[in-house]
Ligand binder design. Structure first.
Ligand code: FAD
Length: 167
């Protein structure tokens, strides 16, 4: 354990920068969460995504309350999850609020829900529960559609994009 961790253990007020840096030591894949409302498609990059239960099949995504996506999700609505491939880093940047000039993302549709074309894996889930959790909400969804293909994932670790050295 380094000096940063020792400092936090001695101080009950958690430094947000240290919180981010420490949580960032967990390598993840990258998803784009999508939904359609009044026929308008909205997407946002998220890595706080996980599978929750096999029976019934449940997944969860944690969305910041300040995000536009937060206002579009509610119990009964659906969200799509597109797990990005290593060729899709530009889409992760774009959907995290750093628009790529001239980019026109391609969507495919399943169960009335848009998904990012050519992603490594697709999930469509109907929201069955929304749990407020601090400045985020945990949207638990029951899976209604699943598909995946072979390929290499985009990774995110300590604030940087990365690729698998080998699969
Ligand atoms: P906006 O910021 O308004 O839009 C997001 C971007 O997508 C904009 O550039 C917009 O132009 C574009 N866009 C949206 N819809 C379309 C469309 N139909 N066609 C073309 N472009 C479109 N935040 C979380 O809350 N939870 C997380 O788990 C999370 N994980 C992240 C992981 C990574 C690796 C990164 C980089 C960011 C993560 N974020 C997460 C932050 C989040 O992606 C940003 O705060 C994002 O900007 C929030 O999106 P928004 O819904 O507020 O929409």
């Amino acid at each position: 354990m380094n000096n940063h961790a020792a400092a936090v253990l001695a101080d009950p007020a958690i430094d947000p920068r240290l919180f981010r840096a420490t949580m960032g030591c967990f390598a993840t894949g990258v998803t784009v969460i999508t939904t359609a409302h009044d026929e308008l498609v909205h997407g946002m990059t998220a890595n706080a995504f996980l599978s929750v239960s096999l029976d019934p099949p449940l997944v969860l995504v944690s969305i910041g309350r300040a995000a536009k996506m937060h206002s579009l999700l509610a119990p009964g609505r659906r969200y799509g999850v597109s797990k990005l491939s290593e060729e899709q880093e530009h889409l992760s940047r774009h959907f995290s609020g750093k628009p790529v000039a001239g980019l026109q993302p391609h969507f495919v549709w399943h169960a009335g829900t848009p998904l990012i074309a050519d992603a490594l894996a697709h999930v469509v889930a109907r929201i069955i529960d929304a749990h407020p959790a601090g400045d985020h909400t945990l949207f638990i969804g029951q899976v209604e559609y699943l598909a995946y293909r072979d390929g290499r994932p985009l990774l995110f670790y300590r604030g940087q994009y990365g690729k698998l050295a080998a699969v």
